[in-house]
Design a binder for this molecule. Structure first.
Ligand code: MTE
Ligand code: MO
Length: 446
């Protein structure tokens, strides 16, 4: 399992900073026709490379240096379009990791954390985890059946759900296999994306499970419900009714549009803060019962072996975690000087209370600034201004959530977890910053 999650460095070399190119070099070659030709030559990929600043210093200008910028009127802009593209200067794409599935139907793709800012993941860069490919579902054919320990079984179309009261929330989804390169086996060229890219954040709009429960009339002795997907894997997981009444909902929209096929179009279960695997996509059936259904995904998989040989089942909430995304491997520093250390933190148990950053291998820590809205069970962005002296340094971030829980060091986590753990890694990530400005994974076991 661990090996399957880990990207193959031969096949998925982390992106490196390309030789610094100035904006005007690129613009010269970027008439509309030139752009289209180069986009076509790149096989439809519409990026030209990663821009890195040439130096860490912002140049000062004397009066003599100040020149009127080029006249832009001779190059007509791109034409209007029905759907937008990213700037050709922006390089951001998911990393595909499915060494065991040549057709790419049963693998993972990782979000490009090092290329993102703020908290919302652009929908086409949301990480993916599919056990049998992306189901392509015609919503006019799709039905959600709700039955079992209810007064009245019902069958909902997408439009039936659209008519019901809805809620909007920003939540992260994180695979419980995220960050497992933190367990022994990590490689020096692992990146923020390849280690931690199985977390993404969206604005989800949908129907609270409370509304469905009210609509079908729940037998008061029902305590669990089975959720089933319409994909070829027919993914099934049991969820306690308590969570359904509390804050679970069926998402229909993601970041302002119908949820993407990869995220479960036309409907998926959202369980705020809980492990991604339970958040069944392409949802087609809910069965209420009075015990967990003990499906394959909660017995054979998604359990963790404890040091005493027993298995821990139903982990639910993802514990507090943080990672520095910039700088990070593949997203280095051009030289000594003033930089902003940027990263994300999140907790399945509520709000992030505080993020601290260390630039001296964990000897001293200082508070980072939390940007924008700090929402429960969402990622929050942190920034920390830092003057780099150009010497080797070890960078870390440490999150504390509103329950007072502090993200553990890797050492402390491994001590408790023992050898058998596969999932739910949330230890502190260490990036080694080298004097040439490149970075590497600080946790590599001999
Ligand atoms: N029906 C169905 N639901 C599913 C899965 C699946 O393969 N089929 N994968 C699960 C896993 S393991 C995770 S981590 C999340 C991933 O959600 P995402 O692909 O939208 O990021 O969906 C979960 N729900
Ligand atoms: Mo997952």
């Amino acid at each position: 399992m661990a090996a399957a999650h880990r990207p193959d460095p031969e096949r998925y070399a982390p992106p490196h900073i390309e030789a610094a190119r100035t904006g005007s070099d690129l613009r010269r070659g970027l008439s509309r026709r030139g752009f289209l030709a180069s986009a076509a030559a790149a096989g439809g990929a519409y990026f030209l490379g990663r821009l890195a600043p040439a130096s860490a210093q912002t140049p000062t200008l004397s009066d003599a240096d100040i020149v009127v910028p080029d006249d832009p009127t001779s190059i007509l802009g791109m034409s209007l379009s029905q759907r937008g593209l990213r700037s050709p200067f922006v390089h951001a794409q998911r990393l595909i990791n499915d060494p065991d599935a040549p057709l790419g139907v049963a693998g993972w793709t990782f979000s490009p954390l090092q290329d993102l800012e703020g908290i919302v993941t652009p929908s086409d860069l949301h990480f993916e985890r599919h056990h049998a490919g992306v189901a392509m579902i015609d919503p006019t054919e799709h039905r959600l059946v709700v039955h079992g320990m209810v007064d009245q079984a019902k069958q909902y179309t997408l439009w039936d759900l659209e008519r019901m009261p809805q809620e909007s929330h920003i939540y992260f989804v994180e695979c419980s296999g995220n960050s497992l390169a933190g367990y022994p086996g990590g490689a020096a060229d692992d990146t923020a994306q390849s280690i931690h890219g199985l977390v993404s954040t969206s604005e989800w709009v949908g129907v609270p499970m409370r509304e469905i429960i009210e609509d079908v009339g729940l037998d008061p002795s029902s305590t669990w419900a089975l959720f089933e997907g319409a994909d070829a894997a027919v993914m099934t997981r049991s969820v306690p009714v308590e969570k359904l009444i509390d804050d679970a909902f069926i998402a229909l929209y993601q970041n302002g549009e119908p949820i993407r096929p990869a995220q479960g179009y036309p409907m998926r279960l959202v369980l705020p803060g809980w492990e991604g695997n339970m958040q069944i996509k392409w949802l087609r059936r809910i069965e209420f019962g009075d015990a967990p259904f003990q499906t394959k995904e909660e017995t054979r998989h998604y359990t963790d072996r404890l040091p005493d040989g027993r298995a821990r089942q139903f982990t639910y909430a993802m514990e507090a975690k943080s990672v520095i995304t910039r700088p990070s491997p593949g997203r280095g520093l051009a030289g000594a000087g003033q930089w902003t250390i940027s990263g994300i933190a999140w907790s399945g148990r509520g709000r992030i209370e505080r993020v601290e950053v260390s630039t001296d291998d964990g000897n001293t820590w200082e508070d980072a600034t939390l940007l924008g809205e700090n929402l429960p069970r969402s990622t929050v962005r942190f920034h920390y201004p830092w003057e780099w002296d150009g010497e080797e340094a070890v960078l870390m971030s440490r999150a504390t959530d509103e329950t007072g829980y502090v993200q553990p060091t890797r050492e402390a986590l491994l001590d408790v977890r023992g050898e058998g753990y596969t999932y739910h890694y949330n230890g502190i990530q260490t990036w080694r910053l080298h004097s040439d400005g490149t970075l590497s994974n600080g946790y590599v076991d001999a």
